[in-house]
Design a protein around this ligand. Structure first.
Ligand code: OOG
Ligand code: NI
Length: 267
């Protein structure tokens, strides 16, 4: 599998549970835009067969290499950024991991029942990145317990491994010059934006501005048989600035990302 096939498959899986992304893409295409993705993000569980260090070789096989490391103390996450070595138009990848050992004993016990169900060799082919849940559906009781401590853990328990979001590169848009214009269009069409810390995260000075929608919500049936609507995935928009003449900043900003994560919170 090459990285083009990889992102095609991922996009299909993503829009299945994120219909807003396909509708917004359509909105942009109707304006004559050709969309380029800035990055795609994944979430996973540390200390498991799908921990970051076991997923990384699969990204390397696709031609990616790590170039950045990020920490999120209060959310108990860390992350790495990857870029394609040959294809500079390929989306970057942001892969974060939940540091389970920093959570309460109660939440650790719940997560360990899921981890015990993951095949030991789960990280052996790139299709793991759209496999979804690798364990039986949680109970709603467990979901609520996870959510009380970590919205990220609750999200992962139901959605599993898949693209958490795709991100439109605003630098490549022709009819929408900045995030203010993008956000204005989205709101006019009725999409709700993540406004944690303001609709636009970052600044030209930080070399990166980002905004995102609030995740779509999908109905899922928990182990007890109760159906509830839970946040699925969202769509992001990023505008990068030059760090030196002709060279755009390619990193991520912890202060921005910390708020982007909250696009899947149950607001
Ligand atoms: C990732 C949030 C961080 C960014 O662009 O800063 C991020 C997530 O929600 O899993 O994507
Ligand atoms: Ni992102």
């Amino acid at each position: 599998m090459n990285h083009h096939q990889f992102f095609d498959r991922l996009w299909h899986d993503y829009v299945d549970i994120t219909p807003q992304a396909e509708a917004i893409q359509q909105l942009f295409v109707e304006r004559g835009e050709q969309l380029i993705n800035d990055h795609v993000a994944f979430r996973t569980l540390a200390d498991s067969p799908v921990e970051l260090k076991r997923l990384q070789p699969l990204l390397e096989q696709l031609g990616y290499r790590a170039y950045g490391q990020y920490r999120f103390e209060s959310k108990k996450l860390h992350a790495r950024a990857y870029m394609h070595e040959q294809d500079e138009t390929a989306p970057k990848i942001f892969l974060s991991e939940l540091e389970i050992d920093k959570l309460s004993d109660k939440v650790q016990a719940i997560l360990h029942t899921y981890i015990a169900q993951i095949p030991r060799d789960a990280a052996s082919s790139p299709d793991i990145f759209w496999r979804g849940r690798l364990w039986a559906m949680p109970t709603h009781e467990a979901y609520r317990a996870l959510r009380d401590e970590s919205e990220y853990a609750a999200w992962l328990s139901v959605l599993g491994l898949r693209a958490n979001h795709f991100t439109v590169s605003v630098n490549h848009l022709e009819t929408l010059p900045n995030l203010k214009a993008v956000n204005h269009l989205l709101k006019e069409k009725g999409y709700a934006l993540n406004d944690v810390g303001g609709e636009i995260k970052g600044s030209p000075k930080l070399l990166l501005e980002q905004s995102s929608t609030l995740a779509d919500r999908i109905a899922v049936t928990f182990a007890e048989g109760e159906t509830h609507r839970v946040p699925s995935c969202f769509y992001e928009f990023a505008l990068r600035y030059e760090e030196s003449p002709g060279k755009l900043f390619q990193g991520f900003i912890e202060g921005n990302a910390d708020k982007i994560f909250e696009s899947t919170h149950s607001h």
